[in-house]
Design a protein around this ligand. Structure first.
Ligand SMILES: Cc1ncc(COP(=O)(O)O)c(C=O)c1O
Length: 387
């Protein structure tokens, strides 16, 4: 039995997606908040109950993570993704972004090359450049909205630039692909050949849509010595504000370096409410997640149907994973106008292709983890103002 989703109108709250948009640089009035990747749904009832109980108890002292925190996560990964994780491999990070910043720092020296596949989630680029490493891009191949890897370019960049680390986005934000086992195996084999370590950001891995199945990088083969996996309950159960993420490090040497890096800044673990929420979510949140997945699929179908009729030349990439739709509006808007048209004419707060470091001057990224009425309204505003 699926749990009924509760949609929340978050206008007038502290939600960044809907409020304080001028601070982010958005212009225009009454914008529909469809940019940053969180959901407009209340978290599962089991999470809210656990947090209510903790709040009623009322003591927020130095708590340890409950034993279910790790056990339920390990069971979740095994059941949903067929991934066997040893408790010993698991480390803490407040966020996945923080985790890959630390990993880039500890796996490379200043000036070393780090590879990404553009267009990609923008903190991948800042993690490299903010820390004085060299950003190397391999552009994904876009064939009518379907993105694939150019393996020749991928390997050439690795050899020409003496790449030390590759940051993989799996599933890939913003283009919505769930990489197949064979695609992952090809990338990993190339990395193995050239002694490249892989930071695998799998934060979106529970969003498997339209029958597509995620393969964890660590389940592709014997790559534990070269792969660091990052994931979290934050996207899956809408808990980003509680700041708990998992770093999975099968390799002892990488683990030791990670432990040393955290000791340096004296980070010991997550906040107590985040621990409680994550343990509850992995224990009892599966039915709620099913409702989210069906809603995202429905919203995807709705948006596509409306645009097929009203803006038939929009190119919408297939949504296999994530809840973020990647739409090319190049047939309707010039690159230099896209921000003004989206915000001031259409009243939409979205992410733009140009933020993702690749060749996507007229793309928008639309967050579908919301009520169908919001998606309907967004499609109507686009059609009204662009057709
Ligand atoms: C690929 C990817 N990694 C990481 C994050 C954010 O992770 P965190 O909030 O845990 O730092 C996001 C959020 O959109 C994301 O899309």
């Amino acid at each position: 039995m699926s749990e009924q989703l509760i949609f929340r109108d978050r206008r007038g709250t502290n939600a960044m997606k809907w409020n304080y948009l001028d601070r982010i640089g958005f212009k225009g009035e009454n914008l529909l908040g469809m940019w940053v990747a969180d959901m407009d749904f209340a978290s599962p009832e089991c999470v809210r109950r656990a947090l209510r109980e903790a709040a009623d108890f009322g003591v927020f002292g130095y708590d340890a993570a409950p034993k279910e925190y790790h056990e339920a996560f390990i069971a979740w990964e095994k059941e949903r993704h067929g991934l066997e994780i040893d408790r010993e491999w698991i480390r803490f990070s407040p966020g996945v972004v923080t985790g890959f910043y630390w990993l880039v720092k500890m796996l490379t020296e200043p000036g070393d090359s780090v590879l990404i596949q553009t267009p990609v989630y923008y903190p991948f680029m800042s993690a490299i450049e903010d820390q004085g490493r060299k950003l190397v891009r391999s552009e994904l191949v876009n064939t009518n909205g379907i993105y694939t890897v150019d393996y020749e370019d991928f390997e050439r960049k690795i050899t020409e630039e003496a790449v030390r680390v590759f940051i993989l986005c799996s599933p890939h934000n913003p283009i919505g692909r769930i990489w197949t086992r064979s695609e992952l195996a090809k990338m990993l084999e190339i990395c193995r050949r050239h002694s490249v370590k892989v930071i695998s950001d799998e934060i979106h891995h529970d969003f498997e849509l339209g029958g597509h199945k995620h393969t964890p990088t660590l389940a592709v083969g014997d790559y534990g010595d070269m792969v660091a996996m990052l994931t979290a309950p934050s996207k899956t159960f809408n808990l980003a504000g509680l700041q708990n993420s998992f770093v999975i490090l099968p390799d002892k040497d990488i683990r030791d370096r990670y432990d040393a890096a955290l000791r340096d800044v004296h980070i010991m673990g997550g906040n107590s409410l985040g621990n409680v929420a994550a343990a509850a979510a992995y224990t009892g949140g599966a039915d709620w997640l099913e409702s989210v997945l069906r809603t995202v699929e429905d919203n995807d179908a709705l948006f596509r149907a409306r645009l097929a009729e009203g803006l038939p030349k929009a190119v919408i990439s297939p949504l296999e994973g994530t809840y973020l739709l990647w739409v090319d509006l190049g047939a309707y808007v010039a690159a230099e106008d896209i921000k003004t048209v989206m915000e001031e004419r259409c009243g939409l707060a979205l992410d733009y292709g140009t933020q993702f470091g690749g060749n996507a001057p007229c793309h928008i990224r639309v967050n579908l983890a919301t009520d169908g009425a919001v998606v309907e309204e967004a499609a109507a505003r686009l059609i009204r103002n662009l057709s």
